[in-house]
Unconditional design. Structure first.
Lengths: 403, 403
């Protein structure tokens, strides 16, 4: 019986994880849960799963939740809150496997502590690798426990890598390069000249996946693929020039690995997050599921080289991946601020990479030694990005003139 | 240093193997060579590679070769001949790895003896698995040495299977099914009604690969894919219903494995036989090669379900795979005879499956206990097939009426 902690239990990945746990009651049990502000769903999950510990964001919510669990005859469930509460959930001694699925930098500390506590961690939180990848993978390596990617691309890479061997240091060997597939987003065929007038509505209309707003915009700018390049570099110990992106509009093939002998392995499956979750939870085993892709219905797959000139965010991500440290933090923080400003119609679509590049240029190189340092630099980069947004807004941008 | 025996050194796979050996002189050496009637090339190879033993088909050719090697100052090279000679080459004590690449049933005995002598065997000979797969895989399992497939489809499957685990018995586990890709041959879009009038010239015009005549016709009837289904069943211990065929005209993806969890791995690479040879020779290691596929040039891949009604040879192969034993021998022998008759314009293209089905129906079920029994049954099936050809020829077929 694998005892699971879910960081971000009320979010999309958290709920999918609980759905997987529900399908295999003889294999998995919910040990601990960390939610945020959605205390109604946190209560419901606590009642259903009877975890040892449940954590919510605020102290007052924790008090209310504690009272309601007592009233429901479950006083033994420990209710905690805040950052310390999430760490408690992540490092509980009766946890074997931690699903790290809190969106944003607030998931960083608890994930790092889980790794440090020797837990096997399934990573669905992008920031863990993008802004603190060097720290977290180094700690995971010290602990000798795997970091298992729970997103379709890196999970696909993880599966394909099994076609080769690891070196003595348990690092990827025999690999020439990693190919991440990208849907190309809604503007794959839009001319560069029209990028300045792209509206929020157009950018939110992603062709393949239904996702949150920030990740949808990040998919439209290809920044999301850029983040994935950085994640792949950190997770699989690859230099950026050996992690490449290929546009594949159907998003059927989730990613590929090219080995040194010239053989390439590609992975595909239904586009259902329960599959990478199940893979991570059972690794190195595979167990039967009903999440089937019909190979007989494959039909047509298309592939194109990405247009780096049209999608400067992808180029910026490569630059940040190469520089490492502070630059990936600046990249992520500036993107989050710039995307929020675009969604609020304060800057144009083509301002997003401009703001990011300005923040990156203004951020001095630094090697980060702790999650605390990461978070400080993240805050600084956000402030810088907000200033850049304000400057750009005062200059005016075509999108605001139109809208 | 891996010491290699090549059975069929003057054929296409044999020459490709020597080209691989030539590229990695610090890894591989040629220990022994078995050729057939092409004694000029056998001499050239013996002079170049200085093997311990070289074998040719006929005694008189062996005498001549021995004299020429002595004259060239290489009297230490042992020259042998015939079936016993090939066995000597395959089982020589200074051989680590045997490449089994003799076309037809004449490669059977030596390959079986190599497995029995505990050699690691790379299989390029289709008959070993189609007509004697049960015997050879059982012996390989007893010896605990791998049988490594040297053809693009099974080699691809072997690579994809690494994404799952083997059971305690070293047999494939965690696999739902194997997907063999088929180019579909030149008649993918030809209506069934025109099959009777297909000419030899049309059938020899294969869209993707340039190969020998029999295998080209077998590709046009999809019998070649049928043989591969049987090979996959034997090699990977899978029932026929879990080995499926999907038409993929570009032949880019060489095959796929669908795991029980719903994940699918696919393999692709340049269409160069040196790649599966290199893979087999270095397994479980991969070493760098310049045999590269450009992922950026993937472009378009198409997939269609196969039409079993239009290609009855594929259906017959599944029936033979299910029945096993004598039926796969009948299938292979009848196909070889029927294809030869078609190439001689003695029967029509659509007579090929008719003749095979007649021979299969006339062949009683039998469990074969030895390679000798296999060869006896093979001879009987060929005689039966020749009779069927003669009957059909006397009845007359549309193709002869036209040509």
């Amino acid at each position: 019986m694998k005892r699971i902690a879910i960081l971000g239990s009320t979010g999309s990945i958290g709920r999918s994880t609980l759905s997987v746990v529900e399908s295999y009651p003889d294999r998995f049990e919910v040990a601990t849960l960390a939610a945020g502000k959605n205390t109604e769903l946190a209560l419901e999950q606590a009642l259903r799963w009877k975890p040892r510990v449940v954590s919510v964001a605020d102290e007052s919510d924790a008090d209310a939740l504690r009272a309601r669990l007592r009233a429901a005859g479950l006083p033994e469930i420990e209710v905690v809150h805040g950052a310390a509460g999430t760490v408690r959930v992540a490092t509980h001694p009766e946890v074997d496997f931690v699903v790290s699925a809190i969106v944003g930098v607030s998931g960083l500390e608890a994930t790092y502590e889980a790794v440090k506590a020797g837990k096997t961690v399934g990573l669905a939180n992008k920031e863990c690798l993008v802004v603190a990848g060097e720290l977290i993978t180094a700690e995971s390596h010290r602990q000798g426990k795997p970091l298992l990617p729970i997103d379709s691309e890196h999970n696909a890479v993880h599966q394909c890598l099994r076609g080769g061997r690891l070196d003595e240091d348990e690092k990827v060997d025999e690999v020439d390069r990693i190919w991440l597939t990208a849907s190309g987003g809604p503007f794959l065929k839009t001319p560069k000249s029209e990028f300045a007038s792209i509206t929020v509505e157009q950018a939110l209309n992603h062709p393949t996946w239904k996702m949150g707003k920030r990740i949808t915009i990040d998919s439209a700018t290809l920044m999301n693929k850029g983040f994935e390049v950085i994640e792949a570099c950190r997770l699989f110990h690859m230099p950026p020039e050996r992690v490449q992106v290929i546009v594949h509009p159907q998003s059927t093939i989730h990613s590929m690995v090219e080995f040194v002998d010239g053989s390439i392995l590609a992975q595909f499956s239904v586009t259902d997050m329960r599959l990478p979750i199940l893979y991570a939870l059972t690794y190195p085993e595979r167990i039967p599921s009903d999440l089937r892709f019909s190979v007989m219905d494959l039909r047509h797959l298309d592939f194109y080289p990405p247009d780096m000139a049209k999608f400067p965010c992808l180029r910026l991500a490569y630059e940040a991946a190469t520089a490492g440290g502070a630059q990936t933090i600046a990249l992520n923080a500036a993107d989050e601020v710039a995307v929020a400003a675009f969604l609020e119609r304060r800057v144009g679509f083509d301002d997003i990479p401009r703001i990011i590049e300005q923040v990156m240029t203004a951020t001095p190189a630094a090697h980060l030694e702790s999650i605390h340092e990461v978070l400080v630099l993240d805050t600084e980069a956000r402030l810088l990005a907000s200033e850049m947004v304000e400057q750009r807004r005062q200059k005016g941008s075509p999108i605001r003139a139109i809208s």
